[in-house]
Design a protein around this ligand. Structure first.
Ligand SMILES: *[C@@H]1O[C@H](CO)[C@@H](O)[C@H](O)[C@H]1NC(C)=O
Ligand SMILES: *[C@@H]1O[C@H](CO)[C@@H](O)[C@H](O)[C@H]1NC(C)=O
Ligand SMILES: *[C@@H]1O[C@H](CO)[C@@H](O)[C@H](O)[C@H]1NC(C)=O
Ligand SMILES: *[C@@H]1O[C@H](CO)[C@@H](O)[C@H](O)[C@H]1NC(C)=O
Ligand SMILES: *[C@@H]1O[C@H](CO)[C@@H](O)[C@H](O)[C@H]1NC(C)=O
Ligand SMILES: *[C@@H]1O[C@H](CO)[C@@H](O)[C@H](O)[C@H]1NC(C)=O
Length: 553
């Protein structure tokens, strides 16, 4: 990595000379990767909790960041100062999931039951519910992770998924009871809720059927090569067509899935499921190779009776990827980033690990997917730089309130391992991926109410740079859940477009909020204004009452 950044710096004076010698206009700004600093723990799980802070969790292990005389495994990454504040976490958050409740409290769900040698502070985490209350301090002063030993999951869960639903509570899905090295060999084949809706977990035929490669099921839901719609109120599973061509898309064959942007008036849901691998699941880990090609397949389906009857439409990414991330841009495009072109999640399990990694051939160049383009023309990486840093197993990515992407992590090792001389050591460098609009005058949302009710028209003051102030400009207003990132997928991420107009003088934006919590589950949201693909900084709001989700009794 060092020679690369050195040559970049030595090129800068040359570029400056060329630019000053040339009378032509400066080139339009492009996408840029920028290394921001060192996170001290692996950014294994990442969730944006405020305009300036990303909450990170790692495995409780031997990370360099210290707290109270032992290695930390939680922290708040500051997007403004590019540094990290360690957080005291009691239980092991390794391969936990999480989401933010309707009242703004982040809940980290499940984790690993074991400790790690040399870090005696750790308590078992597979039944844990860790709470991080809304944090108003821009630097996270006084913000802590709270763990009540009496507040636990019904079933122990390592590798579960969790997402906020229409009533503001979390649906918690699957996982396994104990640690296993590749397949789900001790399944928690059930659903439960936080706060609880009943005192026993709901068994799931789907999670039984999709064994053994069904860890971290993606919610609409997809696990292995199977998909369902789960009706939370009726507790019924409706079977949808399998992902085509035998591609399995959940750990250890990690693909990624995303709900495409929802638009008024119908908010018709469409899902996109990309990457993963085709494997013979009767074989054992030692029979697999780190050179096993991942899939480039992307399957897309409209989740209506007609769409389901039509089935999956198959498309292809520009390269094969496993352990990838799919992320919304506020203009409705999808960013494809992170991952590897061969191999699997995990470490030291396949016959020919690379360093300790089960995966190889890091996919370094992101691409953009344009949902409305014609089939076959939706993917492009024109003008996209290479990240220069492999982001494979245990890496994360998230859109930030500033409108750029936070990218961190990668650790296909047993604990942190900074030994030199092997491929894919523990990666602590944090990068941003900055879209071109970060380098030009941007529209601004000048103020926003703290809370927004469903189904109402809202007017807010804005400013629009002259370069974009035209009546025929394309104005988009998106209401976004930035989601929770881990293991190459992004649970809870959602983009709802809102009908919007700007006033003739360009000083007022008027938009209509979504009709109800089934279109946007009540809870924190970030609103972005995009004019001709130039996006403002986001404004964080509370969508709905901000009340706590319902509890039993
Ligand atoms: C982060 O950087 C800011 C600005 O330099 C500084 O005030 C703050 O103390 C730093 N925080 C940590 C945890 O290093
Ligand atoms: C899904 O996987 C199962 C088990 O490996 C296989 O029998 C089935 O044919 C696959 N479905 C498709 C559409 O490839
Ligand atoms: C799978 O691995 C086992 C031992 O790890 C070996 O005995 C067997 O021959 C392998 N099978 C295949 C198909 O490679
Ligand atoms: C991971 O490393 C720890 C500490 O060195 C060791 O005790 C443990 O057995 C290792 N686990 C695996 C699965 O390699
Ligand atoms: C780090 O990984 C390398 C390569 O597998 C191995 O030789 C070394 O023992 C590991 N170090 C630690 C501290 O686990
Ligand atoms: C949000 O609700 C959860 C679950 O009932 C509760 O534990 C938490 O303290 C609440 N947070 C706030 C800010 O009210």
């Amino acid at each position: 990595m060092r020679p690369l950044s050195k040559s970049k710096f030595s090129l800068l004076p040359l570029l400056a000379t060329l630019a000053s010698a040339s009378p032509s206009a400066p080139a339009a700004p492009g996408w840029q990767f920028s290394v921001k600093g060192n996170s001290g723990i692996v950014a294994l799980e990442a969730v944006v909790v405020s305009p300036t802070l990303v909450l990170l969790f790692d495995r409780a292990q031997n990370d360099p960041l210290q707290i109270d005389g032992h290695p930390a495994w939680g922290g708040l990454w500051n997007l403004e100062h590019n540094n990290i504040t360690a957080l005291e976490v009691v239980t092991n958050s390794w391969c936990a999931s999480g989401a933010i409740l309707s009242n703004g409290t982040m809940a980290s769900i499940g984790g690993d039951q074991t400790g790690f040698p040399g870090n005696p502070a750790i308590k078992p985490g597979n039944q844990a519910i860790r709470l991080f209350e809304p944090c108003t301090s821009p630097v996270g002063a006084g913000c802590t992770v709270f763990e009540d030993p009496n507040l636990v999951l019904i079933e122990p869960r390592w590798y579960p998924s969790s997402t906020r639903i229409f009533d503001g509570s979390l649906l918690i899905v699957g996982g396994m009871h104990e640690q296993a090295h590749f397949y789900n060999t001790d399944p928690a084949a059930s659903f439960e809720f936080f706060p609880r809706k009943e005192q026993t977990a709901r068994p799931s035929a789907f999670l039984e059927r999709s064994l053994p490669a069904n860890l971290f099921p993606r919610v609409f839901m997809v696990a292995n090569n199977q998909t369902i719609i789960y009706d939370v109120e009726a507790d019924t599973e409706t079977i949808l067509p399998d992902i085509p061509n035998g591609v399995s898309v959940t750990a250890p064959t990690d693909g990624s899935a995303i709900l495409l942007p929802l638009s008024p008036p119908d908010y018709t849901p469409e899902v996109l499921v990309c990457g993963g691998s085709v494997i013979d699941q009767t074989l054992q880990p030692g029979n697999f190779s780190s050179q096993h090609p991942a899939s480039s397949q992307c399957a897309r389906m409209t989740i209506t009776p007609e769409g389901i009857a039509k089935g999956w439409e198959v498309d292809y990414m520009l390269e094969a990827r496993t352990l990838l991330e799919l992320l919304h841009l506020p203009n409705g495009q999808i960013l494809v980033t992170n991952g590897a072109s061969t191999g699997f999640s995990g470490w030291n399990a396949v016959q020919d690990t690379v360093g300790n990694s089960n995966a190889d051939h890091a996919a370094l160049v992101p691409s953009l997917y344009t949902p409305a383009a014609a089939l076959g023309q939706r993917f492009s990486n024109a003008g996209m730089p290479s990240s220069g840093i492999p982001r494979m197993y245990h890496a994360t990515a998230s859109l930030t309130v500033q409108g750029n992407f936070f990218i961190g992590g990668s650790n296909p090792n047993n604990g942190s391992n900074f030994t030199t001389g092997f491929e894919f050591p523990t990666e602590l460098r944090i990068q941003t991926l900055d879209p071109p609009f970060m380098f030009v005058p941007r529209p601004r949302i000048l103020s926003m109410p703290e809370k927004l009710a469903f189904g109402t028209r809202v007017s807010v003051p804005i400013s629009i740079p002259n370069s974009l102030n035209r009546r025929d400009a394309n104005v988009q207003v998106s209401l976004m859940d930035l989601g929770f990132s881990t293991h190459g997928f992004h649970v809870g991420a959602r983009l709802v477009f809102m009908d919007a107009t700007t006033s003739n003088n360009g000083k007022t934006l008027s938009f209509v909020t979504p009709p109800n919590g089934r279109v946007y589950p009540p809870g924190p949201a970030t609103i972005f204004l995009t004019i001709d693909d130039v996006t403002s900084e986001g404004a964080m709001v509370m969508m709905g009452s901000g009340n706590s989700p319902p509890t039993l009794e």
